[in-house]
Write a protein that binds this ligand. Structure first.
Ligand SMILES: Cc1cc2nc3c(=O)[nH]c(=O)nc-3n(C[C@H](O)[C@H](O)[C@H](O)COP(=O)(O)O)c2cc1C
Length: 341
């Protein structure tokens, strides 16, 4: 059974959906004694099976497979849909946007079929608690379960559900804010403030996520009671990361832009580098998550084909400007040295 004591460095490389967490990145982290994670939220069972198998062939280390707990979503009336499409067409008049059809998200049970076969050490979830049957099945197979919390209330629910650990996601974190409800009141706690609150009340291990970029940050999180950290932005510029070259270039820009929260890409709050798209969508209505994500997928894919960073989702945490261009092996070594010194 997975235990943080089995890691030679208390580090989870964050799952990052959308092709960033390649088998080379995940296995590189695991080979260096951390926990490499796949972001499989939108992946097909075929891709999940393929990537897991490949990573397992590249490492003897531990692997985490991460999924979203998608909420049910319904299309609004055609006038609202038309307004959102009009807004997107102001940016990309050439795209003839197709209104997404149900089912609006992948079926978790089907996505998990290859997971039960290949049995990674850990399964983690974002946006809520997985169903009871899933928790039971994972437990029966000795697969540990981690779940994101952005507040003490969510953390206590996770503990009560029988999870193995909590990923405490602070407001600095890149990517989607993992709140259970999309529009619930949000205290927007910093990673260390959240860690402090959870440390007083939670009995299962807590992992600090958000703004952790070097080994000194890992040490500080552990001193404040974390069992490990989860780092995403720090790995984005590794050659093994699947982030596009134009995405990496903006992260490494000498005059970095701010990373801001937007609902424009997916219909849920997520933090990324500001660009033309986020400015255009600022304070505008969207379709519900994940329907908006599917709709803007048409624009994002076109932007990826033409290497246009201005229309891509450039998820990154508030400290992304500290990301390094080292290979994953070199970065893990540097983190280990900084952590112990
Ligand atoms: C590009 C990107 C994609 C992300 N995708 C996911 C995801 O699929 N699942 C998940 O649980 N967290 C996801 N996150 C959030 C991370 O798990 C974590 O909370 C965050 O990276 C920590 O903050 P940092 O980026 O400052 O290290 C993503 C983060 C980034 C930067």
């Amino acid at each position: 059974m997975f235990s943080f004591a089995n890691l030679s460095i208390p580090l989870i490389q964050a799952p990052m959906a959308g092709g960033i967490t390649t088998p080379a990145l995940v296995s590189g982290v695991s080979n260096a004694g951390g926990l490499g994670s796949f972001g499989f939220a939108y992946s097909s069972p075929e891709t999940i099976g393929h990537d897991l198998k490949l990573a397992q062939s590249l490492t003897q280390g531990l692997i985490n497979a991460n999924f979203f707990i998608f909420p049910s979503a319904e299309l609004p009336d055609s006038k609202t849909i038309g307004q959102v499409i009009e807004l997107l067409q102001e940016l990309t008049p050439d795209i003839d946007f197709v209104v997404p059809k149900p089912p609006f998200c992948p079926d978790l049970e089907t996505q998990l079929e290859p997971v039960w076969q290949l049995q990674p050490a850990v399964l983690s979830f974002h946006f809520g608690i997985p169903p009871e049957w899933l928790m039971q099945r994972a437990m029966a197979l000795s697969i540990a379960i981690g779940i994101t919390a952005t507040s003490l209330e969510e953390a206590l629910k996770i503990e009560q559900a029988g999870a193995s650990f909590i990923v405490a996601q602070g407001i600095e974190a890149g990517g989607h804010r993992g709140t259970f409800e999309i529009d619930s009141p949000d205290e927007r706690l910093s990673t260390f403030d959240l860690l402090h609150q959870l440390g007083k009340r939670c009995t299962i291990p807590v992992v600090a996520a958000g703004g952790m970029m070097n080994g000194r940050d890992i040490r500080k999180a552990l001193d404040l009671g974390a069992s490990a950290v989860q780092m995403g932005s720090a790995f984005l510029c590794c050659p093994e990361s699947g982030a596009s070259s134009e995405y990496k270039a903006l992260l490494l820009d000498e005059n970095p832009r701010p990373s801001i929260f937007t609902k424009g890409f997916s219909g849920r709050w997520a933090r990324g580098v500001e660009n033309t798209f986020t400015r255009h969508m600022d304070a505008k209505s969207t379709l519900p998550f994940p329907i908006q994500n599917t709709l803007t997928g048409q624009l994002r894919q076109a932007a990826a084909r033409s290497h246009n960073a201005e229309h891509q989702s450039l998820w990154a945490g508030s400290a992304f400007y500290k990301a390094r261009t080292l290979t994953v092996g070199e970065l893990m070594k540097a983190l280990q040295i900084e952590f112990v010194s």
